[in-house]
Ligand binder design. Structure first.
Ligand code: BT5
Length: 262
């Protein structure tokens, strides 16, 4: 079904996230598009949304499968007065907002996986890509959210057919992408405001409550190096805390985590 950007825009009028909406049927990547806008000075709360991406990006040059007519690909421009390390906290904050939005329509099995996935029953339904944009003296954070809404299992690339899922697959019905986009903007606004006014502590608490990982044994791969341990939580910077079983707790700031089967 065609995306009704006008209807979404009118619902977002007057809000802090999405009050300025750039909708395109096709872009290479909404993050790249938003990056260009941010460099030209686009204000906080600007949202770029596309029906389809031809070069949707994951982390580390990985691709994000972005077919037309079924999912959400959106990027939000934020201008927090914070230093670059805040980007990882903003990724976690976004995970909380997305998990909350999804849980409202799919109550069972929704969990956040550090650092940037939201899963349902252990399958990835959403990926988050946070990037920094700098131009002149000003800085912006771009949050990219890819959410699988109505894509069917057979239409996933074979490579992630068994690791990905969609709201359709989990609930057995179509969901309005406009409603989902509205809900995401609304939840994001709420958690961003909380972060600005009360700091990271409430975000961290909610993240831990919604995480799939607390107390689980995980393996984290980063640049060819493997770290294994039991998740103790996340620290005040958003780093993952892994207990190695010998009394040491390691702080992991980046990588791909796999939750080990018990
Ligand atoms: C991510 O990277 O999960 C971040 C994805 C962010 C996508 C959004 S869409 C809007 C905005 N504009 C962009 O260009 N990007 C953002 P990473 O953790 O590196 O995971 C990438 C991996 O997820 C891939 O290597 C695949 O294995 C898997 N994957 C790709 N497409 C998928 C999909 N649609 N659903 C589930 N898994 C997928």
């Amino acid at each position: 079904m065609q995306f009704d950007a006008k209807a979404l825009q009118s619902r977002l009028t007057g809000r802090k996230m999405g009050w300025l909406l750039h909708y395109r049927e096709t872009v290479d990547s909404t993050n790249r598009f938003a990056m260009g806008l941010a460099r030209e000075g686009a204000p906080e709360g600007t949202v770029v949304l596309a029906d389809r991406q031809t070069a949707g990006m994951g982390r580390l040059n990985r691709a994000w499968q972005s077919p037309p007519g079924c999912n959400l690909y959106l990027s939000v421009i934020l201008r927090p007065a914070v230093a670059p390390p805040e980007a990882s906290r903003i990724t976690l904050l976004t995970g909380v907002a997305v998990a909350e939005a999804i849980a409202s329509i799919c109550p069972a099995g929704v969990g956040i996986k550090w650092p940037n996935d939201v899963q349902i029953r252990g399958r990835k339904v959403c990926g988050i890509l946070t990037e920094m944009a700098t131009a002149g003296g000003s800085r912006a954070v771009i949050i990219g959210i890819g959410l699988n809404v109505n894509i069917k299992r057979e239409n996933f690339n074979p490579g992630h057919r068994d690791t990905a899922t969609s709201l359709w697959e989990e609930t057995g019905r179509e969901h309005s992408r406009e409603d989902m986009a509205f809900l995401l903007c609304e939840r994001l606004e709420r958690w961003y405001e909380t972060f600005l006014h009360a700091g990271f502590a409430p975000v961290r608490e909610e993240w831990l409550a919604r995480s799939d990982m607390a107390g689980k044994r995980v393996r984290v791969l980063f640049r060819g190096e493997v770290q294994e341990g039991v998740v103790e939580g996340i620290d005040r910077d958003g780093a993952l805390l892994l207990a190695d079983g010998q009394g040491d707790v390691r702080r992991i700031t980046a990588g791909d985590a796999t939750i080990m089967k018990e």
